[in-house]
Design a binder for this molecule. Structure first.
Ligand SMILES: [Zn+2]
Length: 128
């Protein structure tokens, strides 16, 4: 992706981060997913009083895209609200590996942007 495209995707993730519902952890995360056709789907983390039911920004964005019929993805940007790089959790890595195996993942912080492939983040995913 071009640097300007990555920047735009990071901005989408930052916008989504602002809608995070995190009354317990106060740890805001935003993610933005872009398809091969250039459509973007953004998500934020959402906590629930039963913390086990909380939902990550990465999966929120992915589920939004999947429920709209999207199947081919190009990249995802992930940002947190505390200035550190926010790596996707294990559940998100598994979902991304299954539904978007060729995805480039850009983790953005005030220090810069780091790029990872899904297989770098989850080299031995669960498969049947
Ligand atoms: Zn997650």
């Amino acid at each position: 992706m071009l640097p300007s495209e990555i920047e735009r995707l990071v901005k989408e993730a930052e916008k989504a981060r602002d809608t995070a519902i995190v009354p317990y952890s106060r740890f805001r995360v935003g993610a933005a997913l872009i398809t091969i056709d250039g459509k973007t789907y953004a998500g934020c983390n959402i906590e629930n009083i039963s913390l086990m039911l909380s939902f990550c920004a990465e999966r929120a964005a992915l589920i939004k895209a999947l429920t709209e019929g999207e199947k081919r993805f190009r990249a995802m940007a992930v940002v947190s609200g505390d200035g550190r790089y926010c790596f996707p959790c294990g559940s998100c890595r598994q979902m991304l590996a299954e539904f978007a195996p060729g995805l480039d993942i850009y983790l953005a912080s005030p220090k810069g942007i780091k790029k990872f492939s899904v297989s770098e983040l989850l080299p031995h995913r669960f498969q049947k």
